[in-house]
Design a protein. Structure first.
Length: 146
């Protein structure tokens, strides 16, 4: 397994593992997080140029923040964990473009359970909702690439 696929799977696990068991989330919620990462990689912008750069860019995916309680979990999880195995499968298939972009080119998302919308989402129209995540396409040229 490549390092990028491992990092993508850990990002999916850290950001959306709780969505996997929810009827309105499921595998689609895992795919949505992977879609956002890959859409940012395709953008080749300040988000980063590789999966590793995009996932671990400071303050973009909170599960990688030093102070986030999810960080130790995503660093220690192994493929023996059923949900992490699902995250690995999603990471491989989305990175290889075998599975579709359920987010319609989104490059941002947030969880609806946050106490308030992030500043970047104010006045913006979401393009998809999967489970507890609302997805946004803020970089217009991504829509043309999808």
């Amino acid at each position: 397994m490549s390092r990028d696929i491992d990092i993508l799977a850990r990002t999916i696990y850290g950001e959306a593992r709780g969505e996997f068991s929810r009827p309105e989330g499921g595998v689609g919620a895992l795919i949505g997080v992977a879609n956002v990462v890959m859409n940012r990689v395709r953008k080749q912008s300040w988000f980063g140029k590789t999966i590793k750069e995009v996932c671990q860019k400071p303050y973009q995916f909170s599960c990688w923040n030093e102070s986030d309680p999810n960080r130790p979990l995503l660093l220690s999880v192994t493929p023996e964990n059923y949900i992490f195995r699902q995250c690995l499968e999603v990471a491989r298939n989305v990175a290889q473009k075998t599975w579709p972009d359920l987010t319609k080119g989104s490059d941002h998302y947030y969880a609806i359970w946050l106490p308030r919308s992030p500043v970047w989402a104010l006045g913006k129209k979401p393009v998809a909702k999967i489970g507890s995540h609302i997805f946004y396409r803020l970089a217009p040229d991504l829509a043309e690439e999808v």
